[in-house]
Design a protein around this ligand. Structure first.
Ligand code: TA6
Length: 304
């Protein structure tokens, strides 16, 4: 009997497989046949498919599936920092670590289980991590797939230290798009953003929707909790709903940067867009014993 499915939906399926490196992957399936695949390497969602088997997340054809580096695509978890400051690696170490399945997670709200296939993963600070980032934490991640095919990721980060610590976090989400020139993002209008292409200088978004003609690498600040990524050619919209994640990273490497990435095809920038629910501008500070929760819900709806 599948305990997780029993708690959520008896028809849902939660399977554990191994990748070619022998690392466990959890496959979630809902009764209509939609699926999510999450690796214990990095707690990274590697696949989110519709009930017709269509892949909704981008993974580079040149992705390197070899720990500790994160796979180029899916949804890497950037923690305890987004960016590359100080002694930590770019986007922190969480995405490069092996997580474990949390057999006895503290309970979540019944809505976070009912009717869903889900798995609970756990990352705890290791002695190696403490050398780079001297703060003891427990990071619990619930990945779930609803009967409607919605992908939800709930992060609970607890300070089990004896002193406060601060962190930034991003769900570095690689959406699969038909053609980047046919994509627009709505929900970022009038917001300020930090432009990573101009030394993180602060600007204000003037457009009524974000479209793409060149490299974009921005952190939009204090956004609304619903963002739309419209794929005109596929006539569908990714809907991003978030809680506890005030900022939105938008990244497309475009042609020149694509050629500089060894695990990314030269032309692949045309088929992807990163739109990340994040908390970056104002790092989150936790007192000893305190826990923070951040939720991301992704869905895809047809649009004319
Ligand atoms: O803003 C997104 C970003 O920081 C870009 O600058 C680019 O570096 C991207 O993340 C990918 O980072 P990664 O470490 O996954 O190669």
């Amino acid at each position: 009997m599948n305990p997780s499915a029993a708690a959520g939906d008896p028809r849902a399926i939660v399977e554990i497989t191994k990748d070619k490196n022998g690392i466990d992957q959890v496959v979630l399936r809902n009764p209509r046949g939609a699926s999510v695949q999450v690796s214990l390497h990095g707690g990274q969602v590697l696949s989110w498919k519709t009930d017709r088997g269509e892949e909704l997340l981008f993974t580079s054809s040149k992705a390197i599936f070899k720990p500790p580096a994160a796979v180029r695509g899916g949804i890497p978890i950037c923690f305890p920092q987004f960016g590359n400051r100080g002694s930590l690696e770019q986007h922190g170490f969480a995405r490069n670590k092996i997580w474990v399945i949390d057999d006895n997670p503290p309970p979540l709200h019944p809505n976070d289980s009912g009717g869903k296939a889900y798995t609970d993963l756990l990352l705890k600070s290791s002695e190696e991590d403490l050398k780079a980032w001297p703060h003891r934490f427990e990071f619990r991640l619930r990945v779930s797939l609803s009967a409607d095919g919605y992908l939800t990721m709930i992060s609970r980060i607890r300070n089990i230290n004896c002193k406060p610590f601060s962190f930034s976090i991003a769900y570095h989400t690689y959406f699969a798009v038909s053609d980047i020139s046919e994509v627009r993002v709505e929900g970022l209008e009038t917001l300020d953003y930090l432009d990573n292409l101009c030394q993180k200088e602060r600007f204000t978004e003037q457009g009524d929707a974000l479209t793409f003609e060149s490299e974009v690498d921005r952190i939009y600040l204090s956004s609304s909790d619903v963002i739309g990524v419209f794929d005109h050619e596929k006539k569908r919209t990714f809907v991003i709903r978030k809680e506890g994640l005030p900022d939105v990273v938008v990244w497309n490497p475009w042609e020149r940067k694509s050629k500089s990435l060894i695990d990314f095809g030269d032309e692949e920038y045309k088929q992807m867009l990163c739109v990340d629910g994040a908390a970056i501008e104002k790092p989150i500070t936790l007192k000893p014993g305190e826990e923070w929760t951040g939720r991301l819900e992704l869905s895809v709806v047809p649009t004319l």
